[in-house]
Design a protein around this ligand. Structure first.
Ligand code: PAF
Length: 286
């Protein structure tokens, strides 16, 4: 029998459903998304299904996390395809509010992500993580998830949300899910469809550069040398412009030091219509 999936657009109805689940003592796994689902999202759902009684997915392209001139308007959207994929993956409930439902008025209260946003995407996309935390806080309050699932491709987002949850005692456990890649190494992303054919051919160089950087770092313990070689490989093999290419401590996202236990090699490349990010996290101690 085909699995039945509910789609809810209203916050009030969503809260009602959640209270029903909770009353029955059910655990809720939450997968927040902006839609245009791909295997990366489906990996989050798979893990959420294994670990919880119910899986709730939100689909909401959050205007608060896009800056002026960014791709909010052109962000890929396809509801029917998303519903089919979510149903097939076994999602129990999709929460899909519109912008007025989520943001009925301008709030005068702002949430600021702190030091972890002073690097990587936080530098090139000012206000981006304020917008992410704003929507995540609202979604956590509406869905009250037992566990929440985030992909490691967005490693900075994950690090900031982990800090948020820890510092403000949210009753949800954050689960990290590894990046899913195409056969040629390109990290799955909703934005990949906006690459031209030529750019799509070049894009796997991002992961090749990160892999090279990892090798150089492991051999030399020299972050600057790793950065130099990663940068050179991309510059020589891609029309995309490097936004950042760096090695930092993870999850603090400060300069790495000899006492760092994990580091991140992270990269963002701007192509004509889309910007791609990727990273490798490396345990260097323990
Ligand atoms: O990673 C994303 O898709 C978004 O940043 C999220 C977590 C759904 C918040 O809008």
């Amino acid at each position: 029998m085909k699995h039945k999936m509910k789609v809810i657009n209203s916050i009030q109805q969503m809260k009602k459903m959640i209270h029903r689940y909770k009353k029955q003592g059910e655990t809720i796994g939450f997968v927040p998304t902006m839609g245009y689902l791909h295997e990366g999202h489906l990996a989050l759902v798979k893990q959420a299904k294994e670990e919880n009684d119910f899986v709730v997915m939100s689909i909401f392209v959050n205007p608060a996390q896009f800056g002026p001139g960014e791709d909010y308007e052109t962000y890929p959207r396809n509801e029917q395809r998303d519903f089919a994929l979510a149903t097939e993956a076994g999602v129990n409930l999709v929460f899909m509010p519109d912008v007025v439902e989520m943001y009925p008025r301008e709030s005068t209260i702002h949430i600021s992500p702190g030091n972890q946003a002073n690097a990587l995407c936080g530098m090139s996309r000012p206000g981006h993580f304020d917008g992410v935390l704003k929507v995540i806080l609202k979604l956590f309050n509406m869905i009250e998830p037992t566990r929440s699932y985030f992909g490691m491709k967005d490693a900075q987002q994950l690090a900031i949300i982990e800090t948020f949850v820890e510092d403000f005692n949210f009753n949800t456990e954050i689960r990290r899910v590894p990046t899913v890649r195409e056969a040629d190494g390109l990290a799955k992303s909703s934005r990949n469809v906006r690459l031209s054919a030529e750019e799509r051919n070049e894009a796997p160089i991002i992961y090749q550069a990160l892999t090279l950087g990892k090798q150089v770092f492991l051999e030399t313990q020299d972050g600057e040398e790793a950065e130099k070689q990663m940068r050179q490989l991309i510059e020589e093999n891609s029309s995309g412009k490097i936004d950042y290419m760096t090695v930092l401590d993870y999850p603090s996202l400060k300069k790495w030091t000899r006492s760092s236990s994990e580091i991140i090699l992270a990269c963002a490349v701007q192509f004509e219509k889309t910007r791609l990010i990727d990273n490798i996290i490396l345990k260097i101690k323990g």
